[in-house]
Design a protein around this ligand. Structure first.
Ligand SMILES: NC(=O)c1ccc[n+]([C@@H]2O[C@H](COP(=O)([O-])OP(=O)(O)OC[C@H]3O[C@@H](n4cnc5c(N)ncnc54)[C@H](OP(=O)(O)O)[C@@H]3O)[C@@H](O)[C@H]2O)c1
Length: 383
């Protein structure tokens, strides 16, 4: 009997890779989406659980057989159609319509689930559109997951909950003890960081109060192949350099990570018996935007990638330092940036977001970003 994991925002950039990975590891995936074409979960019966999951003893929940699938209808809307092409989707994927502000829809979606990975989130800085779904939505997820008896919730947070703090020591690596300063987020109108910081803090508080096993993955700018048909926020980060829209790059540094590694991080954090109760920075390396552009231009000389910084006065800004050791300790091997930039651009070409041109150089290291050797069978046997 497959173990059921609910992935909110299943059709998103990172969510789609998480769904792909979970299906590949034999899980039954219940994906959520707000979109028309999905059908509310009307009735849900629980699947029996094996005695151990996530390294802890557990009891069977109820109802023989995994027959909830026949009571759920698939999401057939074009936004999530790509999920149905994934290996194992026909047998083990179900999509349900969920509104993060509708607690009943969340509660129904989580019924019978062993794990929840909450990725659904707007990613912009329009306060009137972001505060509610991020802050209230995340709290609803935690409370409804606890109510449904979910064994572990993994939350996708962001590095924006850590580094937005004018008082932090720039030489000290960001770790799980670091939090962004809410007043600073407000002053600088970083409403996404503001909302995600309050949301993550609220999630920890609620999880503690409810005795829920929570773990948080903290991705940085995430890039790589798009599974979904639509453009996503972090891919726009490089699109403007390929189309010629950006004539110069900004004087900024950010940390980056491969979308496959970000997905892998969520799944490993869900599976590892002792991974609960921690915040995991998910970052491969920090690059100044000029370096990012130089790597892109080296791989794809055919595009008009900027060679000039907008700020010709100040020295290059350094990025935040961080430690990704806790994820390495869970077995994550971070893919080098050349590879995920290459995959991101090839994907943009294949999906028609940019024109194809000749001149591309295949990175020498390419090939090492194949799916990581998985520890899943060990955990799967317990699930
Ligand atoms: N990508 C990055 O670089 C990055 C970096 C740090 C953290 N993160 C975090 O990682 C998670 C996934 O990011 P992503 O890049 O995969 O984003 P994405 O591609 O935009 O997907 C997020 C999904 O969330 C759902 N969503 C969007 N707005 C919503 C709203 N107002 N209410 C409810 N659901 C909404 C959408 O699903 P439906 O339209 O189907 O409902 C969307 O597909 C997010 O929590 C984000 O904050 C991402």
């Amino acid at each position: 009997m497959a173990v059921v994991v609910c992935v909110t925002g299943a059709g998103g950039f990172i969510g789609s890779w998480i769904v792909k990975l979970l299906l590949a590891r034999g899980y039954a995936v219940r994906g959520t989406s707000r979109h028309a074409g999905t059908v509310p979960l009307a009735v849900s019966r629980c699947v029996p659980l094996p005695p151990k999951i996530l390294g802890r003893a557990g009891s069977a929940k109820s109802a023989p057989g995994m027959d909830w699938a026949d009571q759920l209808l698939r999401a057939d809307g074009p936004k999530n159609a790509h999920l149905w092409a994934l290996d194992g989707a026909a047998e083990r994927l179900t999509m349900v319509q969920v509104d993060l502000l509708d607690r009943a829809s969340l509660r129904a979606a989580f019924d019978g689930c062993d794990g929840v990975i909450h990725t659904a989130s707007p990613m912009h800085d329009t306060p009137e559109e972001i505060i509610e779904p991020v802050i209230t939505g995340t709290l609803n997820v935690v409370e409804m997951a606890a109510d449904a008896g979910v064994r572990r919730v993994v939350l996708s947070s962001t590095i924006g909950t850590m580094y937005m703090n004018p008082h932090r020591d720039p030489d000290a690596p960001l770790d799980e003890s670091c939090w962004s300063d809410l007043d600073y987020c407000k002053q600088t109108k970083n409403w996404y960081c503001y909302a995600k910081t309050i949301a993550e803090r609220g999630a920890w508080e609620a999880a503690r109060a409810l005795g829920l096993d929570l773990a948080v993955v903290i991705p940085v700018v995430t890039l790589g192949e798009l599974l979904q048909p639509s453009m996503n926020t972090s891919t726009k980060h490089i699109l403007k350099y390929l189309t010629g829209e950006a004539k110069a790059y900004v004087n900024e540094s950010h940390a980056y990570v491969h979308v496959k590694d970000a997905a892998e991080a969520h799944v490993r954090v869900l599976e590892a018996p002792n991974a609960g109760g921690r915040r995991y920075v998910c970052a491969e390396r920090t690059l100044h935007r000029g370096e990012l552009c130089r790597i892109l231009a080296g791989l794809f000389p055919e595009y008009p990638i900027p060679t000039r910084c907008k700020d010709e006065v100040n020295p290059p800004k350094k990025g935040y330092k961080y430690t990704n050791q806790p994820l390495k300790d869970l077995g994550i091997k971070f893919t080098p940036v050349q590879e995920y930039l290459y995959e991101a651009v090839k994907s943009l070409q294949e999906k028609g977001f940019i024109h194809k041109a000749s001149g591309t150089k295949v990175p020498a290291s390419r090939g090492s970003s194949l799916p990581q050797n998985s520890t899943a069978p060990m955990f799967m046997s317990k699930l």
